[in-house]
Design a binder for this molecule. Structure first.
Ligand code: 5GP
Length: 217
């Protein structure tokens, strides 16, 4: 894949819970002069510290469905029981300003973006290990145990999609992962390891964890 880097690109950043993909996406927009963050619409409630219009546009399900019917979303999906979508205007504004648009979205959305624009760049972020992934998620404020189990089940599905992404990047040390993504966007041609073994190992550990959990309950 060799997108024309003179043109602004849609850059999709996806990854399972605890991969640090949102942190990477937000770092990219502060460090790259020609990139902006795509603020999604969602029906979920804001978490403490989140600002409407900055982290998300928080809307009702009714309003969301009307926007879907009007064809206003570039992509949208149900994730963890809530609706999320990228409004077309995010990309229109970025492209008009000659800026890359960084989308922190799930794998269902990533597939839709690629279908609508084959020059989109899809990057999948992996946590360095299952143990680290678990530790990052459980440290998150307000994360209930129920959510953890659901997020891990979603992670299994997401890992299945990762092979279809253009690049896989392991986020062990944040600074290095951000540099690797910047290098991908700068050169858009560097061949990254598909990290298939790492993904399979992660899936195996998540499955074991969920199996043990089922036995206990
Ligand atoms: P959270 O609620 O934790 O912020 O996000 C939950 C999931 O929804 C994450 O995987 C996030 O990347 C994804 N997400 C956020 N915005 C969008 C969007 O506009 N479209 C899609 N398809 N997924 C999104």
């Amino acid at each position: 894949m060799s997108p024309d880097r003179a043109k602004p690109s849609l850059v999709v950043i996806s990854g399972p819970t605890g991969s640090g993909k949102t942190t990477i996406a937000k770092r990219l927009v502060t460090e790259l002069p020609r990139a902006v963050f795509s603020v999604s619409h969602t029906t979920r409630q804001p978490r403490p510290g989140e600002k409407d219009g900055k982290d998300y546009h928080f809307i009702t399900e009714d309003a969301f469905r009307k926007m879907v019917d009007a064809g206003e979303f570039l992509e949208w999906a149900a994730v963890h029981g809530q609706l999320y979508g990228t409004h077309r205007s995010e990309w229109e504004k970025a492209a008009a300003a000659g800026l890359d648009l960084i989308l922190d979205i799930d794998v269902q959305g990533g597939a839709q973006v690629l279908a609508s624009d084959p020059s989109a760049v899809l990057i999948f972020i992996l946590p360095p290990s299952f143990e680290e992934m678990l530790s990052r998620v459980t440290k998150r404020r307000g994360e209930k145990h129920f959510d953890l189990e659901r997020r891990l089940r979603t992670a299994l599905d997401e890992l299945d999609f990762a092979g279809g992404y253009h690049y896989n990047v392991k986020n062990g040390e944040l600074r290095l992962a951000v540099e690797e993504v910047k290098e991908i966007l700068g050169t858009a041609g560097k061949k990254c390891s598909p990290l298939e073994e790492e993904r399979n190992e992660l899936k195996r550990k998540i499955e074991n964890w969920l199996r043990e959990k089922d036995v206990q309950s």
